[in-house]
Design a protein around this ligand. Structure first.
Ligand SMILES: [Zn+2]
Length: 409
């Protein structure tokens, strides 16, 4: 029996359809709202207790994830009402929390746990008079073995999160279309960098849509976005979506922030086991961690055989990715766009791991740099970048086709 099934049968994860109970409409959105004043995450004698008061009952599920230990609570759907971890957490066994949307129609709260506290009980009570709902979750004493055995995303019937698409390593049919998959970084519960009211996830979605327009207007491109809304998409799923789309090229779009650094300008990253420099390593680490922070189950994802096959495919793809990165940087330079010093970099970005699709990650600039921030917020500047990206893609495509011809002869 699978670990996940066992978890389900043990009753430690649950989906409760409470929507049949008449709740009061809350606010204009009709979403349940979190009552921060009536909600706490506190330590008990051996574990923790979570009490969340919502304006109405909603379907929910609760589960734990290991490595690092996290408690995940999903709801359909909650307006978090600007809740802060400081306002909810009173004890020391919860280290922090994140709130946000995990998929359209579903909200998530992830609580980082100081240790592997076992999920013992979860229940939602609805006050008949007010319609308000109270979710109580109890975590017991630390038990590393039990926690590891019971942790995992439950596969609950009726839970309508689409299953993660598996990423087949298969040759693609050549349909003569140059298909570009644009990957706006972050989304939903994962805002990415945040500076001065601007969030990376929003800006990258705006830019991806603008770039799609430019590419479609130019002609000869087919464009697919890994997300076209403010929703969370795991890194694995982004890569899987690129496969499903039959991508010829995968572009991940970002604009991060560096604290205490004057770094400025665009840079282009390719995948590598070793990072070109400490800043690139830190950037990749931060991006790869985003999934953990959002409550993605990363256990059981190491498949040695698949890794070997992927390495073989990568040997062919890697030089094409490197070439793509160089063409982008030449194009940016020619367009007079500001570049970071040594702008061609590499690191172990999970999102670039499609073995058979040339993939690069473009950092358009730094939200932490005032001049970059001003540029990134400027539609005209973004239009310049989009044009440069479009031109570079065209150039690369021609050169890549010519190279392939040379190789075949
Ligand atoms: Zn980013």
């Amino acid at each position: 029996m699978s670990r996940i099934m066992r978890t389900w049968l043990m009753g430690l994860a649950m989906l409760v359809l409470a929507s049949a109970v008449q709740g009061q409409e809350s606010g204009f959105s009709g979403l349940a709202r979190l009552d921060t004043a009536q909600s706490t995450i506190s330590d008990t004698r051996h574990g923790l207790e979570v009490t969340l008061t919502l304006s109405q009952g909603v379907p929910y599920r609760v589960f734990t994830l290991d490595d690092p230990a996290r408690l995940v609570m999903d709801f359909r759907e909650v307006d978090w009402n600007g809740a802060q971890s400081g306002a909810l957490i009173t004890g020391a066994r919860a280290l922090g929390l994140r709130l946000g949307q995990i998929r359209p129609g579903w909200s998530r709260m992830v609580v980082d746990l100081a240790g592997p506290h076992m999920l013992e009980e979860a229940g939602l009570r609805i006050d008949r008079q007010s319609g308000a709902a109270r979710l109580q979750v109890r975590l017991g004493r630390e038990d590393a073995e039990g926690f590891a055995a019971s942790a995992g995303t439950p596969d609950v019937p009726g839970w309508d999160l689409p299953a993660a698409v598996s990423a087949p390593v298969a040759p693609r049919a050549d349909d003569g279309v140059f298909r570009v998959v644009l990957d706006p970084g972050h989304g939903g519960i994962d805002p990415g960098a945040e500076v001065d009211g601007t969030q990376e996830k929003d800006l990258m979605l705006i830019f991806a849509r603008e770039l799609r327009e430019v590419l479609l207007r130019t002609g000869g491109f087919d464009v697919v976005l890994t997300r076209d809304a403010d929703e969370f998409v795991s890194l694995e799923r982004r890569v899987a979506l690129a496969h499903r789309a039959g991508a010829d090229v995968f572009l991940s779009l970002h604009a991060d922030a560096l604290s205490g650094a004057r770094a400025r300008g665009a840079s282009v990253y390719t995948l590598s086991d070793s990072a070109s420099d400490a800043a690139s390593a830190a950037l990749a680490e931060r991006h790869n961690r985003a999934d953990i922070l959002a409550g993605v189950d990363l256990s059981g994802k190491d498949d040695v055989v698949a890794d070997v096959l992927m390495d073989l495919a990568r040997m062919e793809t890697q030089p094409r990715s490197e070439h793509l990165a160089r063409v982008f940087l030449e194009g940016f330079r020619a367009a007079g766009l500001p570049l970071l010093s040594r702008p061609k970099r590499h690191a172990g970005f999970s999102v670039l791991k499609a073995p058979d699709i040339p993939s690069v990650l473009i950092e358009l600039g730094f939200l932490s740099n005032p001049r970059d921030l001003k540029n990134l917020r400027d539609a005209e500047w973004r239009a310049q970048v989009a044009q440069a990206v479009s031109d570079a893609l065209g150039l690369w495509h021609d050169a890549d086709a010519a190279r392939a011809g040379l190789v075949r002869q």
